[in-house]
Design a protein around this ligand. Sequence first.
Ligand SMILES: [Zn+2]
Length: 264
Amino acid sequence: MPELPDVQVFREYLDATSLHQRIARVDVRHEKVLGDVSAQALQRRLTGRTLESTRRHGKHLFVRVGEDGWLVFHFGMTGYPEYAKTKEPPEHARVVIAFENGFHLAYVSQRMIGRLDWTDDPREFIRRHRLGIDALDDRLDAGRFRELIGRKRGSIKSALMNHGTIAGLGNVYTDEILFQAEVHPRTAASETDQWTLTQIHRQMRRVLIVSIKSRAQPERMPEDFLTPHRGVEEATCPRCGTSLEKARVSGRTAYFCPTCQAMQ
Ligand SMILES: [Zn+2]
């Protein structure tokens, strides 16, 4: 599922491929992926215009259209953007933005859980959707992080995954952050001491930045990362060799090392 690093990679991909080209037409193949905008309104707002710049907040990608407003991409479970010059866009392309140069930008979403939306103002969209501060926002320093997370109910993992608190972290990267910080995913957030919260904050920034540099590809991540071992049969901890364990935390499957991340 696309989380902050994946969406940042999508953003850089759009920046490198799709900006400043006139849009010839927009083909909405499945209206189910549209948020609060109709297919007709989307076509009217995009046709003849250009994509100008991008911005990311958590797992949302905002793309400025001319002077008028912003397209909002959310990629759900399996979505991604694809820029190409084939006659036929990919099978699961739900919206296809065709440029005058013959290329198109497809919003691909097999399970159609993601959304394509429109907003006049990203700040207003973030407020309306009650999204917390972006996990890589410079204003989210260790002090603010301790304050936000330390007062949450429930486990540290569910506190990190709550988008109303901090936006951008999902199941995979919260596991990685807690593995790097050597904290058990079921530790109560409110019982995590200040020193440990500071370590989690430091690892959150490091894991996200390193993962973006790895293009969010597990096979490119450092050898001591947990992520490449997810879902591998008889996976062992890359640090100590103990068999990795799985646990249900907030309805998601958490991977962790019972030795490195022993319950305190
Ligand atoms: Zn271990």
